[in-house]
Design a protein around this ligand. Sequence first.
Ligand code: FAD
Ligand code: SF4
Length: 548
Amino acid sequence: MKNEAEWDAVVVGAGAGGAAAAYGLCQRDMSVLLLDAGPQFNPIVDYPLTESDWEAHEFPEKPGSAASITFAPGQKLTGAEPLLVSGSRGVGPLVTSGTRWMEKYYHVRGIGGTTLHFTGESHRMHPDAMKMQSRFGVAADWPIDYAELEPFYIRAEELVGVAGPASQGARWRSRGFPLPAHPLSYAARTLGRGAAALGLDWQANSRAALSRVWNGRPPCNYCGGCNNGCPRGDKGSADVTFIPAALATGRCVIRADSPVIRIEAGAGDRVTGVLVGHADGTIERIATTHLILACGAVETPRLLLASDALANESGEVGRNFMDTLDVMVGALHPDPQHARRGLPSDAISWDFNAPDAIPGVIGGCRIYNASGESELKGLAGFALRAVPGWGRTHAQSVRRWWGHSLHVGGIGESLPNRNSRVDLDPDQRDRFGIPLARISAWLDEPDIARLRFMAAKSRELLAASGAVDIFETYTSWDWFGASHVFGTCRMGADSASSVANADGRSHRWRNLWIADGSVFPSSGGGEAPSLTIHALALRTAERIGKDD
Ligand SMILES: Cc1cc2nc3c(=O)[nH]c(=O)nc-3n(C[C@H](O)[C@H](O)[C@H](O)COP(=O)(O)OP(=O)(O)OC[C@H]3O[C@@H](n4cnc5c(N)ncnc54)[C@H](O)[C@@H]3O)c2cc1C
Ligand code: SF4
């Protein structure tokens, strides 16, 4: 057991937020113990992309690399819905029950967290999307503004090695991206011609994938497998960026397979430590001066609620859960598009990203090249999803169309509502007896209107690009498969309606901090969240211990 004086800070969770927080604290000469519930991954043996049967593998597969989570019943799907029911031509609709299918919260437990699985889009928030309540009367305002976060965005982009274009409109920058943007893939250029015909902006996406050597890491080879773990180490996941940088200071110790099962509160206004469960069933107590929670927007509220509802004076822990509002449309093009090669999500349109950019509905979205969606998942997936039939005819169709698919996707603002939350499952527990997290997710009419807009715009862009034959549409209208999750310990100026203050500190406990996606008061209009999580965590790390 460690003595109280041994750690200035214990960080729980080694994903996007926890790794950045640990790094930031080490930079300030603090001693840090970084605990993660999941395993340490070894790319050589744990990432499938180097194996000939990679298509047959999901990611992650390593034992212990996913949490057990339960779901409240899905929302009933009502009305004559103009969104196509999710499904591909080859496999048909996935949802036939009349209720939203609560399939999965896509995440990774382990050193690097969900960034091991992520695509690596690297976005700053639209400044107006941080003021949704005061500007547009929905969600909640961030207690800080874009200018406050900008220096931390710069630090995070430098460490991660973000490659991006010269400018991104409303997201002003005090310094350019550290790396030049990647060249657009063939499919992105086809879609760019469609965008031009529609008068849409179409530009290189900012990507946490190296366009040249950076900090000893090699550039991307455009294999396209980012969601299966990048074996090359150029994708800016936390395990190859913040964690080695934290370790290099000599002030950080990392422990995998170390789930925190309870937070211990002191008599006054401080927490005193955590209980960690071990594989052999024993429990270890670790004391700390500061405790930083970064378990993600599902597991952080779970841990707090399971610790006698710690930090829940407002009743907002677990509330305001925002999931991933997304649309994906796939089509075949008469000409080869080589969509099985290239960097996923390499091009984007920000035209509808401002909160008031979609006609008739508050909350923005982005539209992007998702061409890798079927083809980069491999020939087997393409054959199953894109072309129907069996036997010889099917084989001929696959040969005819392999390499011809285009995908356009949209991700939009997910507004909080009182039906969407994370709470403790009343019946199911983990091996240490801690109740599992239970997700309830609900879409209100504005969310559905945003989905309709994204689906229509995606189809319009595909048609303008010359695609002739839509073979699949997936939307989160009928399918919950969230990858971006937020809001369950929102930060705010008012302690009655938020869990943490503008610095990420609990309103109630002076040495308890939150540094992950839970603190977002609003989701943004489709911005990928990790860069903002990094920036917030670095900012929180700057403040810890300053006014004890
Ligand atoms: C397929 C996919 C694609 C994505 N693409 C992008 C993208 O392109 N760009 C982008 O910005 N984002 C993307 N995301 C989302 C992004 O990965 C997450 O938003 C981000 O990783 C969340 O950071 P976090 O710190 O909140 O949580 P996580 O990164 O999930 O980290 C939480 C960590 O806490 C640990 N933990 C949980 N409970 C405990 C406990 N009790 N004790 C100890 N440790 C615990 C977990 O093991 C985990 O390692 C994607 C996600 C997925 C699944
Ligand atoms: S496309 Fe680049 S970043 Fe993605 S897995 Fe391949 S090498 Fe890594």
